[in-house]
Design a protein around this ligand. Structure first.
Ligand code: NDP
Ligand code: OXD
Length: 308
């Protein structure tokens, strides 16, 4: 039983040490030292190698090292190969922190105060109670739901949008394209936590922005491909969008001369909203391997038709 890891090399060393210590019966290989490719049964990867079937004839499960699976080209992966996304507590916890940080920063006008400080301007803006601030989350999955629940704790009025109807205590839930306009009309701060699929590519565009309350703010911690960056720049220019916090861009990083880098009401972070932590992720993967061997359902199994 051999597990191959092909992602961030520094964290790969941590996986190696943790598995050696806690799962000594699991043989572990760290890319590019793959040994005999026929030994590999499980692959944990960010980008899988080319020709996966020919290279690893006995591969049984492909694990994404992250929550997203849009980096995989499904058409190049055999239909019979289960693909599993990462569902792990520290990944969830860090994303919740990032969303809370961003929503509070926007709720408390941080981009405007940063701008004011640059011009040594001392001007107070009206403080609003959290209960009067309506926050909407695109994507009420593992991460969106956890973020929504934490935001409720701060008193925000929270709603969410997903493909299928969801029932989360305290969250007003909308689903499907038909309910999208009603959802958007309530979002003074809109957080994107969708997976990137054919359906969600470019979803954060001019048409969507025009359905938000005037002056709404945006947080994108899904994928850069969700956002039409030109449309955001125009919406910032017109005031329809007051500020944006972007953890993901397209491409990553943006070219040096891209106007989003220096926009006074845009904060950019380098795709760090969350990060899989080896200390917890190894248990999640090993548990899924045990489930696979026992013929039990895998946690985080990707539905190829839906694309996530
Ligand atoms: P999940 O698969 O658990 O949740 C996805 C959610 O999006 C579900 O609620 C799903 O609806 C909804 N959804 C998907 N497609 C549509 C659609 N076409 N219309 C409406 N709703 C849709 O994913 P996670 O919460 O684990 O992760 C979400 C994404 O976050 C990842 O795919 C990744 O892109 C991003 N991410 C970013 C990180 C970063 O550091 N910036 C770190 C980790 C993840 P339903 O509930 O009906 O299925
Ligand atoms: C992920 C990411 O998908 O880090 O986990 O973006």
């Amino acid at each position: 039983m051999t597990l191959l890891y092909k992602a961030n090399a520094v964290r790969g060393k941590e996986w190696q040490a943790l598995i050696a210590e806690q799962y000594p019966d699991m043989s572990f290989r760290l890319w590019p030292d793959i040994g005999d490719p026929a030994d590999i049964r499980y692959l944990v990867a960010w980008m899988p190698p080319e020709n996966i079937t020919e290279t690893f004839p006995n591969l049984e499960v492909l694990f994404s090292v992250g929550a997203g699976v849009d980096q995989f080209d499904f058409s190049k992966l055999p239909e019979s190969l289960p693909i599993v996304r990462m569902v792990e507590p520290n990944l969830i916890g860090s994303m919740v922190e990032y969303v809370v940080m961003s929503v509070i920063a926007l709720h408390r006008d941080l981009p405007r105060y940063i701008e004011q400080q640059r011009t040594k301007t001392w001007r107070e803006l009206r403080v609003r109670a959290a209960g009067n601030r309506r926050v909407g989350i695109l994507g009420l999955g593992t991460l969106g739901q956890a973020a929504a629940e934490k935001l409720i704790g701060f008193g925000f009025s929270v709603s969410g949008w997903s493909r299928s109807p969801r029932s989360i205590a305290g969250v007003t839930s909308y689903s499907g394209t038909a309910e999208m306009p009603r959802f958007l009309a309530t979002c003074e701060v809109l957080v994107c936590l969708l997976p990137l699929t054919e359906e969600t590519q470019g979803i954060l565009n001019a048409e969507l922005f025009s359905q938000l309350p005037a002056g709404a703010a945006l947080v994108n911690c899904g994928r850069g491909g969700h956002l039409v960056q030109e449309d955001l720049l125009q919406a910032l220019e017109s005031g329809q969008i007051s500020a944006a916090i972007l953890d993901v861009t397209s491409p990553e990083p943006l070219p040096e001369d891209h106007p989003l880098w220096s926009h006074p009401r845009v904060l950019i972070t380098p795709h760090i909203a969350s990060m899989t932590q080896p200390a917890t992720a190894v248990h999640v993967v090993i548990d899924n391997i045990r489930r696979h061997e026992a013929g039990e359902p895998l946690i985080g199994l990707v539905d190829r038709q839906r694309g996530y």
